[in-house]
Design a protein around this ligand. Structure first.
Ligand SMILES: C[S@@+](CC[C@H](N)C(=O)[O-])C[C@H]1O[C@@H](n2cnc3c(N)ncnc32)[C@H](O)[C@@H]1O
Length: 357
């Protein structure tokens, strides 16, 4: 492998347009924690951190793990950045680097940021994707048994980052966007948020172990029932807490009890396996409520939304997560928190919390 492109030169994180500051804040905090020097650049729909010195393997593992990043839809280690590509032939210089580097890839994705400019590149990405796959095949660099996937990320059509990703550490969807199909009989579009949360915040084994038919759950702020629908679909029993009306067909499943109560006052009669919460409220109030549920042993797992304020969204996120950790440490309980701004989230993040002991 060519030494110039052997080691990653930068971290690349795709994010929701408008959340570059939060994504950059999170990258800055990670680099400080890992003592990695470099230069940060936030561009519409993504953030790049260019390393001053080669990364060691353990830092590479931490930084490229997309699940650990809250404000990133994808997290990649890039090994090359080519600018001012000639419109007539972008493939030749890209293939020159790939051939020199010599790594084989299981697949190749051509992507752009999810901004208006990036969306306009969709037809180009599609056609260039075919050309790139053709080039890789010809150079014998496409191999179904290779461990990594190639990403060619185009912020503009003459500007590309090349990155190699371990499918186990990176988001399994192009652009980090899960294109989920809206289930026809689900009562609200919010259902996609919980579906994406379960796909993103838990792995396959965890979904199987922690979401079993017959488990009990509580859905705070449930109406009309999109989140409840996801739980019922997995045969969980649900107490749906909301003063608003629940979808009639969902109620006929026989698995849902509707409690017309205030979600902040509701207490389950017995501890439940899951508490989910989509109430539109100040994030700190939700964080306090979640901490209370875990401190008092009312649930073992939770997924909840934190609606972020207009300003200081990264600081508020950290404050809420620290608040939960701190309150529970004080109660002698240890929890694991995983948070993400999902594709189906807007001005909010979604958090998974579970009791460790
Ligand atoms: C965003 S909607 C929930 C949508 C729902 N997750 C779904 O998928 O259909 C927020 C809901 O929270 C409810 N809500 C807000 N404050 C509440 C409270 N204090 N107690 C119970 N429900 C509340 C509202 O009535 C509303 O139905």
């Amino acid at each position: 492998m060519n030494p110039a492109t052997k080691t990653p030169s930068s971290l690349l994180r795709y994010c929701r347009a408008g959340f570059e500051t939060e994504c950059a804040g999170e990258v800055t905090a990670s680099m400080a924690a890992l003592s990695i020097a470099g230069d940060l650049r936030a561009e519409p729909g993504f953030v790049e951190y260019r390393f001053d010195a080669p990364l060691d393997a353990s830092a590479s593992g931490v930084l490229s793990d997309w699940r650990r990043a809250i404000f990133a839809r994808q997290s990649l280690l890039a090994f090359a950045h080519l600018q001012s590509l000639a419109r007539a032939d972008r493939l030749t210089p890209i293939m020159a680097i790939l051939v020199e580097r010599g790594e084989r890839y299981v697949d190749a994705w051509v992507e752009a940021p999810e901004t208006d400019e990036g969306k306009a590149l969709a037809p180009f990405c599609k056609s260039f994707g075919n050309a790139l796959i053709g080039g890789l095949k010809k150079a014998r660099l496409l191999d179904p048994h290779a461990p990594r996937r190639l990403h060619a990320f185009f912020p503009q059509s003459d500007n590309v980052y090349l990155a190699a990703a371990d499918p186990g550490l990176s988001a399994p969807w192009p652009q980090g966007i899960p294109r989920l199909k809206f289930p026809r009989d689900a009562p609200s579009r919010s259902t996609l948020k919980l579906e994406e949360a379960l796909l993103t915040l838990l792995d396959g084994g965890e979904r199987e172990r922690w979401l079993k038919p017959g488990m009990n759950s509580v859905d705070l702020g449930a109406a009309p029932g999109g989140w409840t629908w996801q739980l019922v679909r997995r045969s969980l029993r649900v107490t749906a807490v909301d003063n608003g009306p629940m979808d009639a067909a969902l109620m006929q499943s026989g698995l849902v009890v509707h409690a017309r109560e205030d979600g902040f006052r509701f207490r389950p009669k017995k501890p439940v396996d899951w508490m989910v919460c989509d109430m539109v409220e100040q994030p700190r109030r939700i964080a306090e409520l979640v901490a209370r549920w875990f401190a008092d042993g009312w649930c073992r797992h939770s997924i909840f939304n934190l609606k972020l304020p207009m300003k200081k969204r990264y600081a508020e996120t950290m404050l809420c997560l620290d608040l939960i950790r701190g309150k529970l440490a004080g109660a002698g309980r240890e929890v694991e928190l995983r948070a993400k701004q999902l594709y189906h989230d807007r001005e909010e993040i979604t958090v998974f919390c579970r009791l460790r002991k």
